[in-house]
Design a binder for this molecule. Structure first.
Ligand SMILES: Cc1cc2nc3c(=O)[nH]c(=O)nc-3n(C[C@H](O)[C@H](O)[C@H](O)COP(=O)(O)O)c2cc1C
Length: 201
């Protein structure tokens, strides 16, 4: 079967993408509004995009009324955000934060999430997250239909000590990280079922 993008509604393109680009890593993003309210929400249109400078990209869909979600709004207002990686332990609190909270309400309180002050940006990081990236806005790419791709430059990497295997060379224990990933709908994947293929030299 074939689908031409110009002939299908955006909702079908969304379904095709989110059911086939799997598994997707999850950025649990903390931001602060211009009014000082701490916001937290998960985004799986997310990946690492480069290392010099280290950058991540996030894809924001518009809300049903076409307006921006609180997270991109806060990023555009302040230029700052924190990406927190989600392990299985954080999954249910992450899911609570995907609820339709108004901008005036903090998901941090609703999900009873403890936070730690960041070093260089105003939004705090999530204490339970094994890895957090303090980011500043690098570039916003408006998509025309109301969505945005936001590229963030990572200023600081915070990594829980026990998942660092060695410092020289720097090695992270991916099993101990225990990151979860989004499939589609309510389905998630673990990162524990792995196999190895050696690259040709
Ligand atoms: C695992 C997961 C991944 C999600 N990924 C995205 C995404 O990539 N882009 C998006 O716009 N919304 C995504 N959502 C929905 C947002 O989390 C949801 O709209 C949230 O209410 C936005 O919060 P905010 O308005 O505080 O930014 C995702 C939800 C879940 C549970």
């Amino acid at each position: 079967m074939h689908f031409a993008s110009k002939d299908i509604p955006a909702a079908s393109a969304y379904k095709l993408l989110t059911s086939t680009v799997v598994p997707r890593p999850i950025a649990f993003v903390t931001t602060i509004s211009a009014d000082g309210i701490v916001n937290a929400a998960p985004f799986s249109f997310f990946n690492a995009m480069g290392s010099e400078p280290p950058v991540v990209a996030l894809g924001f869909e518009p809300k049903a009324d076409g307006s921006d979600k609180d997270t991109p709004n806060n990023i555009f207002d302040t230029g700052e955000f924190v990406v927190n990686i989600v392990d299985e332990n954080l999954a249910s609190q992450m899911n609570i934060c995907a609820g339709p909270y108004p901008a005036s309400e903090s998901e941090i309180e609703a999900a009873e999430l403890a936070t730690v002050q960041s070093l260089e940006v105003a939004p705090p990081r999530i204490s339970l997250s094994p890895v957090s990236f303090e980011c500043k806005l690098f570039q916003n790419v408006p998509l025309g239909g109301g969505g945005h791709i936001v590229i963030g430059e990572i200023l600081h990497f915070h990594v829980r000590d026990d998942i660092i295997e060695s410092l020289d060379p720097l090695r992270i224990n991916v099993r101990k990280l225990d990151a979860i990933a989004r499939l589609t709908g309510a389905d998630y994947a673990r990162t524990t079922d792995t196999f190895q293929i050696k690259r040709p030299t």
